[in-house]
Write a protein that binds this ligand. Structure first.
Ligand code: MIG
Length: 797
């Protein structure tokens, strides 16, 4: 790779020479070559960090990505010396460091190669900009597939591609556009059934090549900073995801309403239009929880103000909306209008909180408000100040904040020039180093402010730009997509990719942001969106007056759209449980099939099929006029959601796809908890928790997590974790239930709906006592039984 320098002589690559000495300090190992140092830190039996000082000294060990509580558990590790190498070993892996050139080979305890350097660590001087370009190059193993890296709009498997992280306002991006908004320098490798991950924690522009430059080599590099990566062994890909979350942190539980349906537009204006939209939802009985105000709600696009003409009485508006069950989310951009009469601008400049150019001039650039200055979110004082600004918004009743344009985007320039200075928590760096964390830190400050001022309510934040770790405080959406079938496909791969990149709480602008979808496209998109952790329609059809609401395409489409939004609400307990798994363990909510069945190579290149949570498989319809679809089912048995037909896995099956259906399958043995119909979260007390139970032979575990859906009482034990175990056999259905926790749910009973019983039961025992049921109930296709909430076991035979 040649660097854009004026003279070729700068592009010489330097490689480490022989190890001359080494030392061990606790769980840190240091290897010294004549001019460079390699540090290896054992974090756990499966997580090891590599840091390479090409300068012969390490930089400040500081990261915006890391969870504050990165727990080390290095146990039973040590080092052995061999003639050719050093071997650091744990109970799960062996890391070999070649004496000759610091090349790394990592194997499992049986000696199977997990990951191996090709040329390994190397660097180039970057004379024009300063510092070094730092590289690491590895061998691609046979059949290796690569995943991860945030929002790249391309096939899930990145083999053969090169991608780049440099947050960009990618209005109307297309398939393969790169870079996009997010900067997630984390990828997975999968070969021979072995999965691992590499998190390259470097905030400069980073690049990753998976065999595009040279077929058998993968590389990652950064235009500055240090070679600093975490190696994570699985071997299960989902375990790698969980370890990545251990490093970069997990999300907090959102308010339950945030998992409902969101309606957005650029812009609903004025307030009367917002009220109309709200009324339409309620009159038509289409569930909806969140309404968004895009930039026009502000006074001349001044953040933290309200348009006196359009929104003269925001408090009243938000109160009325709230009485109708709507939570209001408002947009806040980073650009602060240069206006001497605008108090926030005055403070920003007087306090010295705005970003400055290298020579001290204010960093000014045009965005929506015209000329703007920009807070330096890399300064902790600025983040505190910013957090404080949310006091008034929350007092008006705002329940969520939407951070846009935070790549950061500037109209004439694209983004900030590289000379712009940033505090970077005391380090004082140029924009080259701070660019990829600007949106990450803006959303961090926003979330901190919202959390503080909404207390005891839970905040909801959605951001466009992100770095590794943003999941700790914000959700994301895929940005300015288009109303095309290709973009529907992209939305699916992007949300899956974000999910395995730590950012599960993601969605796309349903129907497409730019352009006008047909009723069919909108409907197919709603169907997919119903299974994305964040479900939001958004569009930019401001000038054309085109509407993009669930009822905009006529009654035939409206009916299907409504049925899928209703299904979303019925599934809320299941989706919330899946979110809890993500919040507790970092398990991705959307799981590409390669992550569910990594031993089955058929799954490695599947782009448009995924599991939401443990039991629901989705294969969305992504072409116009598609009347049937071939769906690959991984190992196990699967029920087609709409008719309970049962299919064996490890094969492709063809499913009819009338507009009213999309291939949805439920894993045999699963218990899927459901709510009764509701139009918004908190509309009324939940009277029963429905348990959709799918007969499956053998033992299957399912869970239900529940709490108040808001506030923090769950942190002190006010939650229930309900565990189901189905242990059925031919001629016998048996479901056991256990729970821990002390949350008092509103409902008193469960309604079991047992699907797919392969026999006609004649008796029903509940907790050891015969439970009388009318013969018709027992003989029905779906056996329906109401049981007290505290039942522990049911047996049908
Ligand atoms: O330059 O606020 O991605 O969702 O509606 C466009 C107006 C600015 C871009 C966001 C989009 C939002 C729009 N914004």
């Amino acid at each position: 790779m040649q660097v854009a320098t004026s003279s070729g002589k700068y592009s010489v690559k330097h490689y480490p020479d022989t190890i001359q000495s080494w030392k061990k300090e606790g769980n840190y190992f240091y290897f010294y070559t004549s001019a460079t140092i390699l540090e290896i830190r054992v974090i756990s039996d499966k997580i090891v960090r590599f840091r390479y000082a090409a300068d012969g000294q390490f930089q400040r060990d500081f990261s915006y990505a890391l969870s504050e509580k990165l727990e080390e558990s290095p146990e039973n590790f040590d080092i052995r010396e061999w003639q050719e190498s050093f071997e650091i070993y744990t109970t799960a892996i062996r890391v070999f460091v070649a004496r000759e050139n610091l090349r790394i080979t990592i194997t499992d305890t049986e000696g199977r190669i997990i990951n191996q350097d090709e040329t390994g660590f190397h660097w180039q001087y970057y004379l024009q900009k300063g510092g070094k370009i730092v590289y690491c190059t590895k061998l691609i193993q046979e059949g290796e597939a690569f995943y991860g890296l945030g929002d790249k709009p391309t096939d899930l498997n990145l083999r053969g591609k090169r991608v780049e992280n440099f947050g960009t306002d990618a209005y109307g991006y297309a398939k393969d556009t790169d870079p996009l908004y997010r900067n997630i320098p984390f990828y997975y490798g999968l070969h021979n059934g072995i999965g691992y991950g590499i998190f390259f924690d470097n905030t400069f522009r980073t690049l990753f090549d998976f065999g595009s430059e040279r077929e058998d080599a993968s590389s990652f590099w950064a235009r500055g900073g240090e070679m600093n990566y975490y190696f994570i062994y699985g071997p299960e890909l989902l375990k790698v995801a969980e370890s990545y979350a251990r490093i970069t942190g997990t999300a907090e539980l959102p308010p339950l309403w945030a998992l409902g349906y969101h309606q957005c537009r650029w812009s609903y204006f004025p307030d009367s239009r917002v009220r109309e939209i709200g009324k339409e939802f309620r009159q038509r009985g289409i569930p909806c929880d969140a309404l968004y105000l895009d930039i026009d709600y502000m006074d001349g696009f001044r953040c933290f103000t309200w348009s006196p003409d359009g929104f003269p009485d925001p408090k009243k508006l938000l109160k009325d909306l709230s009485d109708d069950g709507f939570k209001t989310v408002v947009i806040i951009d980073p650009g602060i209008k240069v206006d001497p009469d605008y108090p926030i601008y005055q403070e920003l400049v007087q306090k010295g909180y705005a970003c400055k150019r290298a020579d001290g001039a204010l960093m000014e650039g045009d965005v929506w408000p015209g000329k703007c200055a920009f807070p330096d979110f890399t300064d902790p004082k600025v983040r505190d100040w910013w957090a404080g600004l949310f006091q008034d918004l929350t007092a008006y009743g705002v329940r969520g904040v939407w951070n846009d344009m935070n790549e950061p985007a500037v109209f004439e320039l694209g983004t900030f020039p590289e000379d712009v200075r940033h505090d970077y928590d005391g380090e004082n760096v140029s924009h080259r180093k701070a660019h990829n964390v600007y949106g990450h830190l803006m959303s961090k400050a926003t979330a901190a402010g919202l959390k503080k001022h909404l207390m005891p309510r839970r905040p909801f934040v959605i951001t466009r730009s992100a770095y590794s770790g943003t999941q700790r405080w914000s959700s994301v959406w895929t940005g300015d997509n288009m109303s095309t079938w290709e973009h529907l496909w992209l939305a699916s791969v992007q949300c899956q990719r974000l999910s395995v990149s730590g950012l599960s709480f993601a969605g796309s602008d349903i129907g497409g942001f730019i352009g006008e979808p047909s009723g069919e496209l909108y409907t197919r998109w709603i169907q997919l969106g119903a299974f994305h952790p964040l479900m939001r329609t958004h569009s930019a059809s401001n000038d054309t007056g085109f509407d993009q609401e669930p009822w905009s395409f006529g009654p035939e489409y409206e009916a299907v759209v409504k049925s899928f939004i209703q299904l979303r609400y019925r599934l809320l307990p299941y989706i919330y449980t899946t979110f809890w798994q993500y919040a507790a363990y970092g398990t991705p909510m959307l799981r590409p099939l390669a992550f569910v069945a990594q031993d089955d190579p058929e799954t490695h290149d599947l782009n448009h099929e995924f599991l939401l949570g443990d039991s629901i498989l989705i294969s969305h319809v992504s072409e116009a006029g598609m009347l049937e679809k071939s769906v690959y089912l991984p190992e196990g048995n699967w029920y087609y959601y709409f008719n309970d037909a049962r299919y064996a896995g490890k094969q492709a099956v063809t499913i009819p796809t009338p507009l009213s259906e999309m291939p949805i399958f439920v894993k045999a043995g699963a218990v899927v908890p459901q709510y009764p119909d509701m139009e918004w979260v908190g509309q009324r007390k939940v009277e029963e928790m429905i348990l959709q139970v799918y007969f499956g032979e053998g033992i299957t575990h399912s869970i239900l997590y529940e709490d108040a859906g808001d506030h923090y009482a769950y942190k002190t034990g006010q939650y229930n974790l309900v565990r189901f175990k189905q242990a059925s056999e031919p001629g016998l259905f048996r479901l056991k239930k256990k729970f821990v926790g002390r949350f008092e749910a509103d409902y008193r009973h469960h309604r079991l709906k047992i699907h797919g019983l392969p026999f006609r039961p004649t008796s029903c025992m509940v907790d050891g006592v015969a439970h009388e049921l009318p013969a018709e109930a027992l003989q029905a296709a779906i056996v329906e039984i109401q049981l007290p909430r505290n039942f522990e076991e049911i047996i049908l035979r």
